[in-house]
Write a protein that binds this ligand. Structure first.
Ligand code: EPZ
Length: 427
C-alpha cells in the first residue's frame, strides 16, 4: 500500500487550484438515471470515489464517457440492471444515492445496505422513510434494500427528523418525477444539495427553496439532458486553507468560492489567520500573527462542517492556548486523535468533545490513516512537525483529494508518495 512521506517545517507559499466537489459529484452522477438523455458534467474531480461511482453506473448499463480529464457524459438510456451490489456499495456509501433515481424512473431498485463505517453507524433509515412517504414499498432482506413502486411515485410532505445530506438528496431525486407536489422539511442545506438542485432544474425539474431547509418540488413526467459544472470542493478549500495556516505560510486558492466556507473562514480569522478574497481567489495568510486556540462545534451547513473537524484539530495542536472541539454529527469521528498524540499533540477526549492544548512543536512519526478526513489531518500535522512523518493507508486520502501531494509540492512542501511493497499489503 502506498504511503506518504513528509518532512515538516516549510511555510507553504504558492497557488492551489481547487477541484470540483466530491460530495456534489457523487450525487450529480446518479442523477443521470432520471433521464434517457445525456447528462454532461464538467469539473468532475478525479478521485477513487468518482471512479467507484462510474463503476457502479457502468454495472447498471449506464454509458459513462470521459470527454476530457474532468468532463463526463453519462447516458442511462441503456440501463438494464437496477441492482447496486454489496461489493461496490461497501467501497463507497454514497452508492446508496442511486436508490431514489432508480425507483423514481424504473419503479424498482435493489441496493445493498451500506453497512458499517469507520466514523459511525450511518444508517439510511431516513432515506427509506422519505421514499415510503412517496409510496415506495421497502423490504429489507439479505442485506439489501428492495424498493418497489406500483406506478409513479406520488408527491408527499415529509419532515426529516434530523438533517441528512444523503437522505435529502435521495428524496429530492425521487420527488422530481413523482406525481404531484412534494414538500421536504428540515432538508439539508449543504451547497452540494443546491448544486444538485440546479442541475435537476437544468434537466427540467421544478424545484423551489434551494439553499433553504424547505424544498418544494412539483413532479414532472420526464426530464431531459443537461450540461452542468460541479461546484468547487469546499472541504478541499478548507483543507488547503488550514495547510497554509498550520505552516504559517501564504497560499492563494483558485477556482473556488469563499461563500462555501464562511464558517471556516470566520474561525480562521478568529484564530489570527488573515483571509482575503480577491477576484474569485481566496488568499490565506498566516505569516504575520501567532495563532490562538478557537473552539468549534460541528453542525449542518451553514455551521462548521464536520468534514473539517479533523483538519481544524491538527491546526489547534499548534496554536497558543486551548480549544474545545465538539463533534455533533458523527459518533466516532476522533480516530485521528491517537495518531496526533503519537506526534506529540496534547489532546483529551471526553465523549463528543476534545480539549486541545497547543504545543510548541509537533514531532514527526509514522502514523496511520483511518478515514478520509483523519488522513488529511495527519498530512497537515506532518507539514509542520519537526522531522519525518510517514502516513500509511493513504487509500483513504485518495478517495477524496485529487493530486494532494502534487498540489502541496507546488507550494514548497517536502512531500512524496512512496509506492507500497507487497510485504506491507497486510498493513
Ligand atoms: C454526507 O454524508 C457526506 N458524504 C459526508 O462527507 C458528510 O460528513 C455528511 O454528509 C455530513 O455533512 C457525501 O456527501 C457523499 P448525513 P451522509 O446523512 O449523507 C445520521 C466526507 O468526508 N443519519 O448528513 O451519509 C448519520 O448517522 C464524507 O466527504 C441517520 O441517522 O451524512 C449522521 O449521524 C464523510 N439516518 C447524520 O445523520 C439516515 O437515514 C448526518 O448524516 C441518514 C443519516
Amino acid at each position: 500500500m502506498d504511503k506518504i512521506r513528509l518532512v515538516g517545517g516549510t511555510a507553504l507559499r504558492g497557488e492551489v487550484p481547487i477541484s470540483g466537489a466530491k460530495n456534489a459529484a457523487l450525487a450529480l452522477m446518479p442523477a443521470c438515471l432520471l433521464t434517457d438523455a445525456p447528462l454532461r458534467l464538467s469539473n468532475v474531480p478525479r478521485l477513487a470515489d468518482t471512479r467507484t461511482m462510474t463503476a457502479l453506473l457502468d454495472h447498471m448499463g449506464v454509458q459513462v464517457g470521459q470527454e476530457d480529464a474532468s468532463t463526463l457524459v453519462l447516458n442511462a438510456a441503456g440501463v438494464k440492471d437496477t441492482t447496486a451490489p454489496y461489493d461496490l456499495v461497501r467501497q463507497m456509501r454514497a452508492s446508496v444515492l442511486v436508490l431514489g433515481p432508480l425507483v423514481a424512473r424504473y419503479g424498482q431498485a435493489r441496493v445493498s445496505l451500506p453497512g458499517g463505517c469507520a466514523i459511525g453507524a450511518r444508517p439510511v433509515d431516513l432515506h427509506l422513510r422519505a421514499l415510503e412517504a412517496m409510496g415506495v414499498e421497502i423490504e429489507l432482506n439479505e442485506g439489501y434494500i428492495n424498493a418497489r413502486s406500483a406506478g409513479r411515485l406520488r408527491g408527499a410532505r415529509f419532515a426529516f427528523p434530523k438533517v441528512t445530506v444523503g437522505g435529502t438528496e435521495n428524496a429530492l431525486m425521487a420527488a422530481v418525477l413523482a406525481d404531484g407536489e412534494t414538500v421536504l422539511e428540515n432538508a439539508a442545506r449543504e451547497p452540494e444539495i443546491e448544486d444538485l438542485g440546479q442541475c435537476l432544474k437544468a434537466m427540467g425539474a421544478k424545484i423551489e427553496g434551494l439553499g433553504t431547509g424547505t424544498l418544494v418540488i412539483e413532479g414532472v413526467e420526464r426530464l431531459h439532458g443537461a450540461e452542468h459544472s460541479v461546484l468547487p470542493d469546499r472541504i478541499e478549500t478548507g483543507t488547503f486553507a488550514v495547510a497554509a495556516a498550520i505552516t504559517r505560510g501564504r497560499v492563494t486558492l483558485t477556482n473556488t468560492r469563499a461563500d462555501l466556507i464562511d464558517s471556516v473562514i470566520d474561525h480562521l480569522r478568529r484564530a489570527g489567520v488573515e483571509v482575503t478574497v480577491s477576484d474569485g481567489a481566496l488568499v490565506v495568510d498566516a505569516t504575520r500573527n501567532d495563532l490562538q486556540g478557537v473552539d468549534i462545534q460541528t453542525e449542518p451547513f451553514p455551521g462548521f462542517p464536520t468534514d473539517m473537524q479533523a483538519q481544524w484539530m491538527a491546526l489547534m495542536c499548534t496554536a497558543d492556548g486551548a480549544s474545545l472541539i465538539t463533534e455533533s454529527i458523527f459518533e466516532n469521528r476522533f480516530m485521528h486523535v491517537p495518531e496526533l498524540l503519537r506526534m506529540g499533540a496534547n489532546i483529551n477526549v471526553h465523549s463528543a468533545s476534545a480539549i486541545v492544548r497547543g504545543v510548541p512543536k509537533l514531532l514527526g512519526a509514522p502514523v496511520m490513516a483511518t478515514d478520509l478526513r483523519a488522513s488529511s489531518s495527519l498530512v497537515l500535522a506532518g507539514l509542520v512537525a519537526k522531522g519525518e512523518t510517514t502516513v500509511r493507508r493513504i487509500y483513504h486520502l485518495d478517495r477524496g483529494y485529487e493530486r494532494l501531494e502534487e498540489k502541496l509540492l507546488a507550494c514548497g512542501a517536502h512531500i512524496e508518495r512512496l509506492a507500497g511493497t507487497g510485504a506491507e499489503a497486510a498493513e
